[in-house]
Design a binder for this molecule. Structure first.
Ligand SMILES: *[C@@H]1O[C@H](CO)[C@@H](O)[C@H](O)[C@H]1NC(C)=O
Ligand SMILES: *[C@@H]1O[C@H](CO)[C@@H](O)[C@H](O)[C@H]1NC(C)=O
Length: 226
């Protein structure tokens, strides 16, 4: 009887491990304590980066000052976003993490985009912002965030944020991949596509915006953060 309980326990644990692995698979597991990115000219291409020679690893590999300063917000969106991955911050290699900083001027926004390989946990350092994401049923989940508030964007879903206050806002976030990737709907539309399908799509979107935007409920517009 005792053995039966034990086997059941082991079976449950096995199921749990397999399920969490399948559902929440992030980056692959680390096989070393530490493996900072070898930033020398890469000649072998693998899934990730080669480790530095252990003899050359120092504490500096695990520190980055790249997020000390806000980026340039003198652009159409009045915002800047800086993501540091294992390519820029060697210590992140094989840890399944990256970090970012977003600066928003008082009228600034980050247009809808998605990270195909990571969920993102954001933390409002200063200011008042609205953050949200859209799920695959087109339902919008958004909240107003004060300083110190945290919001999470699930992996792969389109998300956005904009400044809802009167001052500049700064957001820091952590993503659970050393290379989260970034897919931006606006960026992908402005790419130099030659395909007929993309031209047709653009024409349809432009005619939609000139004909229908006047009729669209402004609340929806606000909810989408556009
Ligand atoms: C790494 O350290 C070895 C000695 O331990 C040295 O010969 C080599 O030049 C170093 N490589 C780099 C990239 O600093
Ligand atoms: C907001 O940020 C912009 C750009 O960095 C800067 O020029 C401006 O002075 C800032 N405003 C405030 C109130 O700090």
């Amino acid at each position: 009887m005792k053995n039966f309980g034990l086997s059941l326990g082991i079976a449950f644990l096995l199921c749990f491990c397999i399920c969490t692995k399948l559902c929440c698979a992030g980056d692959v597991d680390n096989l070393h304590d530490i493996c900072p990115t070898d930033t020398k000219d890469q000649k072998i291409f693998i899934n990730g980066f080669l480790c530095k020679n252990p003899a050359n690893i120092t504490a500096s590999d695990f520190k980055s000052s790249l997020l000390n300063q806000g980026g340039d917000t003198d652009n159409f969106y009045r915002s800047s976003m800086n993501i540091i991955t294992a390519a820029e911050f060697p210590g992140l290699n094989t840890l399944g993490l990256s970090a970012s900083r977003i600066d928003l001027e008082d009228d600034g926004m980050v247009a809808p985009h998605a990270h195909p390989r990571a969920s993102e946990l954001m933390f409002v350092s200063t200011g008042l912002v609205v953050a949200g994401f859209v799920d695959s049923n087109n339902q919008v989940f958004q909240k107003i965030l004060n300083e110190g508030d945290v919001f999470v964007f699930p992996r792969g879903l389109l998300h956005f944020c904009f400044n809802a206050g009167l001052e500049n806002a700064t957001i820091f976030s952590v993503l659970n991949s050393q290379n989260p990737g970034l897919v931006s709907i606006l960026g992908s539309m402005s790419a130099p596509y030659d395909s007929k399908a993309m031209k047709m799509l653009m024409q349809k979107l432009i005619s939609l915006s000139s004909l229908d935007l006047g009729r669209i409920d402004m609340n929806l517009f606000y909810e989408l953060g556009l």
